[in-house]
Design a binder for this molecule. Structure first.
Ligand code: Z2T
Length: 826
């Protein structure tokens, strides 16, 4: 068919907003209309990208009425809104999710077929918005999905980075980063609203003055500013008509800013100044959980927080709203400390701009915030130097000092003379330089503080914020993370979804605990066969993807053993590598016959922060080991190692449903929660894991028989550390470990170049900060247990089914219920 076709009827354009009918005919008509009138091309002349954009805009039409209607309802109802403040949203592709939410998948398939288009090619055209690093950003995306599905009012606030997380490529086995220009081919999912721009001030100084009532007050005289332009994204609920909003801010130079320099005649400087302002939302910082303390990052944080607070107070509340009642209308959830500058910002708005007394403003402010901590690593706790904060946000620093002074006075009343305690609770650290501890500010300025898994919340209370948890026992709580079953089961694993729905109906998609009803089928041989066939089909689908995407060829029948997550020493990809090399060494040394090994395919997916040297060396070594093993005839089809580049949400959706074994092997006490672990369990992989993060809860739920536990517990880690950990003693006393490390160190995987593997190996032997060597033997033993169960196909499949049936708890819908009940009072 060749367009153009009739435009949409004119009644529709002027009457209430209506979606096209959910028929193939109307879908085709709307699509051609978008192609012709939106994209300005004929079908016969259109590129795949034209077609993708037109399809996206067509699906958008089906969401529009719900979006506008949700907006009206939200304004009229006066219900409390969740303002989710997050510097990251790792959304994944939008097209498939929107088709799923609107239940248009089959109609769109058929409509495209009628236009002679392969819809799969259009889906593949979308560059996923990678506006996050990993777990924290993906969690934010799952949470907004759940809130829309539960019809809870939520605005997700964040930053519209022009470049998201870098695209990873490999050159000579080393990671090379390529900028992710996700907007370059058009961005059909966003709605720019330049008319709703917000001005954000920076720099300058403060001065004191006396107000009309004779009170001493402070005012901020900033010296530069930028504009924030909001871009709205739809967040569709699952087939419920609700569409919430994600509001991402983009920085633009203000006219005042460039004109000033422009008038001085220096045109080049004026243009430079513009770039300077627009740099603020240019690029996502690629460090997962180890912030770099860069000035631009603080600018990003304040930029999006200032825009968001202003937006909510000025544009979302009714005119003349009494701000004393603000806590009835909003709760700002702080996704880690990245948005914590919102606390002094709200104080500034209330005190400096709205004329509130300090005490009343403070009372309001604390009720409007709740803080989620996502880490235990001391190096990941954000601290800003007072010098930098004072230079960029002088009034905010002043406010922070006052918050601190009044808080410490209060503590002094409870604990007179306990100056040690006072110092340890101060927001301000004095060494090595005067600085602001953002987690303390967050804790003091929030009504609730939560960790992200039971163990993590416990350690947060006991180890990270012990004085605070004693002082405010009620303030601390846990909400275990979750994942959206829509994207990570229903969308990613259609085959499994159909099998489940066939047995227990489709209610599980929005009520995941219903998966319990699958338990009896674990003992049903026919069901097990079907379940195993689904897994096999998912593997074949994955292998096709890896073949097309990376040219990787994998054997059809091998256990698929997967470790996908950011590259971090605490996550211990190096321990996984030791296991692989050890198995390989056993075979090539003749200690084990290849025929006796359970065939395994190991898959890694991991990005390293560009400045994280040891992580990049580990990537190099994994790639080197992979190349050597894959080329070695002695282990052909018994051991294979694949490391597809650029692991992201899109690849996760293919990889996770295909996995047999999920690797969750962090050193106990280091992984706050993990969420990949939940995705694997819900897709029928068994976990080999330590007693860490949400692994603890997964094991409790699925049962010890269906989980391969190994390694030290957190108290054992502490004890070993206290005794003085010596990795070489493990190397000396364990023959397997020694043979493994010697093979790695001897240049076998690096064409005889011993130096090439030396950094990772020496780090393990001399520092081993995350005690991989101490857990090595336990890990191998657990892997032997994995092999034994895997040989018994029925036993394995039975366990896999039970993992699915018992993991309903890990729905992010449940996480949202918990936040609503325990934190938001909404
Ligand atoms: C992050 O992804 C996580 C924690 C951070 O601490 C920062 C980032 Cl970017 C500051 C991860 C945790 O490592 C992971 O255990 C957890 O599951 C995830 O956040 C979501 O809570």
């Amino acid at each position: 068919r060749i367009g153009p076709t009739m435009p949409m009827s004119s009644e529709r354009a002027s009457g209430p907003v209506e979606a096209p009918d959910k028929t193939v005919e109307e879908f085709v008509a709307a699509f051609l209309n978008e192609l012709n009138f939106g994209q300005g091309v004929l079908l016969s002349r259109s590129t795949i990208n034209d077609q993708y954009l037109a399809l996206a805009r067509t699906v958008r039409q089906y969401l529009m009425a719900g979006w506008l209607e949700t907006g009206v309802q939200r304004r009229e109802s006066g219900r409390k809104t969740i303002g989710y403040l997050s510097a990251e949203y790792l959304l994944g592709r939008q097209l498939s999710n929107a088709l799923l939410a609107t239940d248009l998948q089959d109609i769109a398939d058929e409509a495209m077929k009628q236009c002679g288009i392969d819809i799969a090619a259009l889906r593949a055209q979308e560059i996923e918005p990678g506006l996050g690093n990993g777990g924290l950003g993906r969690l934010a995306a799952c949470f907004v999905d759940s809130l829309a599905t539960m019809d809870v009012p939520c605005i997700g606030y964040g930053i519209r980075y022009e470049y998201g997380i870098f695209r990873q490529t490999f050159e000579d086995n080393r990671q090379v980063e390529v900028p992710d220009s996700w907007l370059s081919l058009g961005s059909p999912w966003e709605f720019p609203h330049p008319e709703r721009q917000v001005r954000v001030d920076f720099g300058g100084r403060t001065e004191t003055y006396t107000d009309d009532q004779g009170r001493e007050r402070s005012r901020w005289i900033p010296d530069w500013n930028v504009l924030g332009i909001p871009y709205h994204h739809m967040v569709p609920g699952f087939r419920n008509g609700t569409v919430n909003t994600l509001r991402l801010w983009s920085a633009k130079a203000t006219q005042a800013f460039d004109l000033q320099i422009f008038n001085s005649g220096d045109y080049a400087a004026a243009v430079r100044a513009q770039t300077f302002a627009e740099n603020i939302s240019k690029v996502l910082y690629p460090e997962d959980s180890t912030p770099q303390g860069k000035e631009l990052r603080l600018q990003q944080q304040y930029f999006f927080v200032a825009c968001s607070l202003h937006d909510f107070i000025q544009n979302t509340l009714p005119q003349d709203f009494d701000l004393r009642r603000l806590p009835e209308r909003i709760i700002f959830q702080l996704n880690d400390t990245h948005p914590v500058i919102a606390i002094p910002e709200l104080m500034r708005i209330l005190v400096d701009r709205k004329g509130f007394d300090w005490d009343e403003a403070w009372d309001i402010t604390r009720q409007c915030f709740a803080y989620t901590c996502h880490t235990l690593l001391p190096e990941a706790l954000e601290v800003w130097s007072a010098e930098l904060l004072g230079r960029l946000l002088p009034r905010h620093l002043e406010i922070i000092y006052r918050i601190n002074k009044e808080f410490l006075e209060e503590v002094r009343e409870t604990f007179p003379g306990d100056e040690m305690r006072i110092r340890s609770m101060s927001i301000i650290a004095e060494h090595p330089e005067r600085s602001v501890r953002m987690a303390y500010l967050a804790t003091i300025g929030s009504s609730k503080v939560n960790g992200v898994a039971e163990l993590h919340s416990q350690l947060l209370r006991d180890k990270v914020l012990p004085e605070f948890s004693q002082y405010w026992t009620e303030k601390f709580t846990n909400v275990t993370n979750g994942i959206t079953p829509r994207r990570f089961v229903f969308l990613a694993n259609r085959r499994l979804s159909d099998l489940i729905t066939d047995k227990i109906g489709s209610g599980w998609v929005t009520d995941l605990e219903r998966l319990r009803d699958l338990e009896p089928y674990a003992d049903d041989a026919d069901f097990r066969a079907e379940f195993a066939a689904v897994k096999q089909a998912n593997k074949e689908r994955l292998f096709k993807v890896l073949q097309a995407r990376d040219g990787i060829e994998l054997p059809e029948h091998a256990m698929l053993d997967v470790m996908v997550k950011r590259l971090h020493e605490y996550k211990r990809q190096s321990l996984k590598l030791l296991h692989i090399v050890s198995t390989y060494e056993s075979i090539i040394s003749g200690r084990m016959r290849a025929e006796d090994a359970v065939p395994r395919t190991f898959v890694f997916g991991a990005k390293a922060a560009p400045g994280y040297h040891m992580a990049k060396e580990t990537i190099f070594l994994i790639n080197s080991v992979a190349a050597t093993i894959n080329a070695d005839e002695r282990v052909k089809d018994v051991l294979s190692v694949a490391f597809p580049a650029n692991y992201n949400v899109t690849l996760a959706e293919k990889l996770i449903p295909a996995a047999d074994l999920s690797e969750q092997i962090s050193l106990a006490g280091k992984e706050a929660s993990g969420t990949g672990n939940m995705k694997f369990a819900l897709n029928g992989a068994l976990t080999i894991g330590t007693d860490d993060g949400a692994n603890v809860e997964i094991r409790q739920l699925v049962g010890d028989d269906n989980f391969f536990l190994f390694g030290m517990t957190e108290p054992e880690v502490e004890q070993l550390r206290a005794e003085g950990y010596q990795p070489t003693s493990y190397y000396r006393s364990n023959d397997r470990l020694r043979a493994t490390i010697d093979l790695l160190a001897g240049g076998h995987f690096t064409r005889g170049d011993r130096a090439a593997s030396a950094q990772v190996v020496d780090n393990l032997l001399t520092q081993d900060p995350f005690m991989a060597l101490a857990d090595f033997q336990g890990y191998l033993d657990a892997q032997d247990r994995v092999d034994a169960v895997y040989r018994d196909t029925d036993a394995w499949t039975r366990s896999a089914i039970l993992n699915v049936a018992r993991s309903g708890f890990f729905s992010s819908d449940r996480s949202m219920r918990d936040y609503l009940d325990r934190i938001w009072n909404a």
